[in-house]
Structure formats: structure tokens, C-alpha cells
Design a protein around this ligand. Structure first.
Ligand code: PRP
Length: 208
């Protein structure tokens, strides 16, 4: 039996679709249920940011989560596979009329991703004051809470519709399959067999 933590929403649906392709049957959370038992698998429906917590604590053996979250949380987990789902970028955004002035002594940045932001500015040897927010990050520069944001850009429409532009890309992200370290050794055959099957589907889909 493998417990799989999935991030609520499209990535969970797409991952369950991969399981349906591999094993047949309907893999779907009904209504607001948080646990789905299907054969040898138990799926947990959790918030994106919480997936690594379930996996790190061993409440889930494996999980699917964005590389941005893995990088931000500096997790002690095993990264198995890029699922090629939910592709996006982490980028610096500023107002359309602004330029990012790297020569300033200190730049004020609003973000959910405090560590990614601090590391990026440290690499550039530029001082940064990070303002931690939990959502609607694009608002911050519009009302003078920050000079810039560091946030996820997928289609780009949130930035565009709020008069912001990408000043610089920080990293590419996509959903990755991760495993708890102890589970990986205790259930190695089960996990590797599933990994091989998922890899086959992901690689086949990547050809189209
Ligand atoms: C994410 C992200 C951006 C938006 C980017 O927010 O923080 O705001 O999606 O997507 P786009 O480039 O396709 O417009 P989310 O919808 O997760 O909401 P949040 O503000 O609560 O984080």
C-alpha cells in the first residue's frame, strides 16, 4: 500500500489521470472528500504547500509538488521524477513603467517565496528587504508595499492584467514526484515500479 499526497486542483486531476491510464478505472476525489482509496493506493487531497509536509513526516510515502515549493522549503526528501505538469516560472515582477535598478542599496520585494528570493538577491550581492505575503502578490507594487515581487508566472495574465511585467526569470518549475526517505528504502520495489510506469506515461505524453 502506497500513500500519495496530491496538491488540490489541476495537478491532482492530471496525476490521477496518469494513474487511471496505468491501472484502469476511475481515479477521482468525490465532492469534498480528502482521502481516495483505490486498490494498492491511498490518495490524500492536500494544499499544494502542504504536500511536502505530509511526505517529509511520512504521513504520505510519495507526493507530487512543484519544484518551486521543493526549492523554497529545502526539503529532506527524495526527488524522483519531473512529471512535466504545471509548468511555470518563478520570476521577478515590476510595474510596467519601472526598471529594476540593481545599483540601489536595498530593494523591497513582496513574495510567498522568501528563501528563493533571499538566495537570488544574495547571489547578485544586492540587499533585499522581503515582505512575506500569502497570496495576491501582484497587488504589492501597485499600492507601494514593495518595489517588486517574486512570484509564479504561468500564463502571465495575472501580471498583465495588473500592469506588471517580468523583469527577470529566476527558475523554471513543474510538478515533481517526491518520496519520503524511509518509505523509499522500506517500499523500494513498490515505489520504483510505480516510478517506472509513471515515467513511461510522462515520456510518451512529452512526445506529443
Ligand atoms: C498564482 C501566482 C500568480 C498566478 C500566476 O496564484 O501566485 O498570482 O497564479 O498565474 P498566471 O501567470 O497564469 O496568471 P494563485 O492563483 O495560486 O493564487 P494566490 O495569489 O492565492 O497564490
Amino acid at each position: 500500500m502506497l500513500t500519495v499526497a496530491l496538491p488540490k486542483g489541476r495537478i491532482a486531476e492530471q496525476t490521477l489521470e496518469i494513474f487511471a491510464q496505468i491501472f484502469g478505472g476511475e481515479f477521482k476525489f468525490e465532492g469534498r472528500e480528502l482521502i481516495l482509496d483505490m486498490g494498492e493506493f491511498r490518495f490524500l487531497n492536500v494544499r499544494n504547500q502542504d504536500v511536502p509536509t505530509y511526505v517529509e513526516h511520512g504521513a504520505a510515502d510519495i507526493g507530487v509538488v512543484g519544484l518551486d515549493v521543493i526549492t523554497e522549503k529545502e526539503l529532506d526528501i527524495i526527488q524522483l521524477l519531473d512529471m512535466q505538469l504545471g509548468k511555470c516560472k518563478v520570476a521577478i515582477g515590476i510595474k510596467n513603467e519601472d526598471e529594476l535598478d540593481w545599483s540601489r542599496p536595498n530593494i523591497k520585494v513582496a513574495t510567498k517565496m522568501v528563501n528563493i528570493t533571499k538566495n537570488y538577491f544574495a547571489k547578485k550581492a544586492v540587499g533585499v528587504e522581503v515582505v512575506k505575503l500569502y497570496g495576491s502578490i501582484e497587488l504589492a507594487p501597485l499600492v507601494g508595499l514593495a518595489d517588486a515581487i517574486v512570484d509564479i508566472v504561468e500564463t502571465g495574465s495575472t501580471m498583465r492584467e495588473n500592469g506588471l511585467k517580468v523583469a527577470e526569470d529566476i527558475m523554471d518549475s513543474s510538478a515533481h514526484l517526491i518520496a519520503n526517505k524511509n518509505s523509499f528504502y522500506a517500499k523500494k520495489e513498490e515505489i520504483l515500479s510505480l516510478y517506472e510506469k509513471i515515467k513511461e506515461v510522462v515520456q510518451r505524453d512529452a512526445q506529443y
